[in-house]
Design a protein around this ligand. Structure first.
Ligand SMILES: CC(C)(COP(=O)(O)OP(=O)(O)OC[C@H]1O[C@@H](n2cnc3c(N)ncnc32)[C@H](O)[C@@H]1OP(=O)(O)O)[C@@H](O)C(=O)NCCC(=O)NCCS
Length: 131
């Protein structure tokens, strides 16, 4: 997996239990995934169509450094499915541990919001793409 972005859990990001609010984590993951989808498909016109099971494996506390990783799982005709993982980073030891995982699918759209094909030359770079 490739590291896409890094966030710091700030006080305003926490929920009532002092843990990072899940919706904030989802927003971070969705943004990182959108960046990966856009870069991969060479288009800014990518919309989220599906967010699969999200697992919050570990609590995230204030001050934690969170790296968001992603990789391409599959490219279809107009869609791209990404595997995403957020990991907390221990700044003292360099150790990382998964805190949240999910898979997200984006669709390449035109200016009217209709799905359009992902370029063939991009798909050729991925063995897990549809022909
Ligand atoms: C994304 C959107 C344009 C797709 O339109 P659609 O009419 O469903 O399009 P299609 O049925 O032709 O499907 C297009 C692609 O999306 C995929 N897709 C559609 N629904 C899907 C679902 N529930 N799960 C996974 N993939 C899905 C299709 O498999 C297809 O992929 P492929 O071309 O690679 O085979 C439309 O659903 C939409 O505008 N959704 C809102 C997007 C949005 O606003 N996102 C922000 C979230 S708030």
């Amino acid at each position: 997996m490739e590291r896409i972005t890094t966030k710091i859990a700030l006080a305003q990001d926490l929920g009532v239990h002092g843990n990072l609010f899940g919706g904030n984590m989802l927003s971070w993951i969705d943004e990182a995934a959108a960046a990966l989808a856009s870069r991969t498909c060479q288009s800014a016109n990518m919309v989220t169509v599906k967010l699969e099971e999200v697992v919050f494996k570990k609590a995230v506390k204030e001050g934690f450094l969170i790296h968001i990783y992603g990789e391409v799982e599959h490219i279809g005709n107009t869609s791209i499915r990404l595997s995403m993982e957020a990991r907390k980073h221990n700044v003292y030891t360099g150790e990382e541990e998964a805190v949240a995982t999910t898979k997200i699918t984006f669709v390449h759209i035109d200016s009217h919001g209709n799905p359009i094909p992902i370029k063939q030359e991009i798909k050729k770079q991925f063995p897990n793409a549809d022909p």
